[in-house]
Design a protein around this ligand. Structure first.
Ligand code: BYC
Length: 335
């Protein structure tokens, strides 16, 4: 929305300059590109608010991938077989890779990885609420794959069409890998559901604890989501929080039936008129409490993350010393 041009008089009252609030050529080009569903690239002009929105979302997303390594990482040494251990190591490593693509995408917007990590480690930056709950048994690892990665894919497929080029391209690879993550989780649960009564109970327990937290992953209801309208106008978000949540519920109910687990919601039923499943109330007070840092594992996750970063300082120092040495050698040889 643009306002009228404004003339500024000098002290003598003479018309001095014409300051225009009409869109500059750059703004007009940006708007036209967004309107045409084109991509904005790092070298293109963009409004500061667009840049800030992207940095905020990419930061939240990157940190979620990195902190998301922790609940599953806890189970690597306790995986029940070599096969499951190898799969889990690969998955956790993939999540680390996703974080790195995303930190790189943020760098193209002028925010360094150091700045982003400072935000995470000081507790200022957000990451997904889901990772502030404990992983109490082996079935949690399967349920993270099936439901947490399932919810993440639902949210991330539309991000492959995000208007910011580097973010959208990173998401294509991330989604391919997430799809493997989801399948391995579902397959692990299928095997457990064909096992002993204790194994079946373990799966049901994990589903009971994580189901509602997964529904909350999609963010607040559209009516309470401060960033959605602008994010959608700019083509950053393509599908709203509530629509994605509904798609996730609709896709998951048949999968739960095949698996043989009950989703812990007495209000979950098919609504013929809407052509969707109705579902019960999400506990938003609990969600916000967790997002604000007071969930069951927030403090533990941050402390583990900060310790890992500090413990890794010598690796970063060694890599930089090696790079410096290589550079010096190359310069000597060139001289
Ligand atoms: N948790 O206006 P809204 C993974 C915040 S990890 C915490 O709707 P927006 C995986 C939101 O940031 C994948 N905070 O915002 C890894 C905002 O706060 P600020 C994680 C949440 O941005 C390892 C405020 O609430 N995926 O796959 O329009 C193992 C208002 O929200 C949450 C992504 O990060 C939440 N759940 O929409 C396994 C996807 N929800 O910034 C799996 C990328 C909302 O004002 N992100 N908030 O302080 C997005 O798509 C969007 O940012 C959201 C929120 C849909 C999450």
């Amino acid at each position: 929305m643009y306002t009228q041009a404004m003339d500024i008089p000098d002290e003598s009252g003479k018309k001095l300059a014409s300051v225009s609030n009409a869109p500059s050529e750059q703004e007009a080009a940006f708007e036209a590109r967004i309107e045409a569903d084109g991509r904005i690239e790092p070298q293109d002009w963009m409004p500061e608010a667009y840049r800030k929105t992207l940095v905020r979302q990419i930061s939240q997303h990157a940190h979620s991938e990195i902190v998301g390594m922790l609940p599953e990482g806890n189970w690597i040494s306790r995986a029940p077989s070599l096969k499951r251990k190898a799969i889990l190591i690969a998955k956790v490593q993939d999540e680390g890779g996703h974080g790195l693509y995303l930190y790189s995408a943020a760098e193209t917007l002028g925010t360094s990885r150091e700045q982003m990590l400072e935000g995470l480690h000081s507790g200022k930056a957000k990451y997904s609420s889901i990772f502030n709950y404990p992983t109490l048994n082996w079935a949690d690892v399967g349920v993270i794959g099936w439901l947490v990665d399932g919810a993440a894919i639902m949210n991330q497929i539309p991000l492959c069409r995000c208007s910011y080029g580097p973010y959208s391209r990173a998401m294509i690879r991330v989604c391919k890998e997430e799809s493997f993550h989801q399948r391995q989780g579902y397959e692990a649960l299928l095997v457990m559901m064909q096992g002993s009564e204790a194994q079946k109970a373990m799966v049901q327990d994990a589903v009971n604890r994580l189901w509602w937290k997964c529904l909350a992953m999609f963010g607040p209801p559209d009516a309470d989501s401060p960033h959605s309208a602008q994010g959608m106008r700019w083509g950053i978000k393509r599908i709203s929080n509530d629509e994605l949540r509904q798609k996730f519920v609709d896709a998951t109910v048949p999968q739960a039936k095949v698996l043989g687990v009950t989703l812990p919601d007495p209000d979950l039923k098919w609504n013929e008129a809407r052509g969707h499943y109705d579902y019960g109330q999400i506990d938003w007070a609990e969600f916000w409490n967790t997002v604000e840092g007071n969930g069951p594992c927030n403090k533990e996750r941050l402390a583990t993350r900060v310790k890992a970063h500090n413990d890794g300082q010598w690796v970063r120092d060694a890599a930089q010393a090696y790079a410096r040495k290589q550079q010096e050698r190359a310069m000597k040889e060139a001289a």
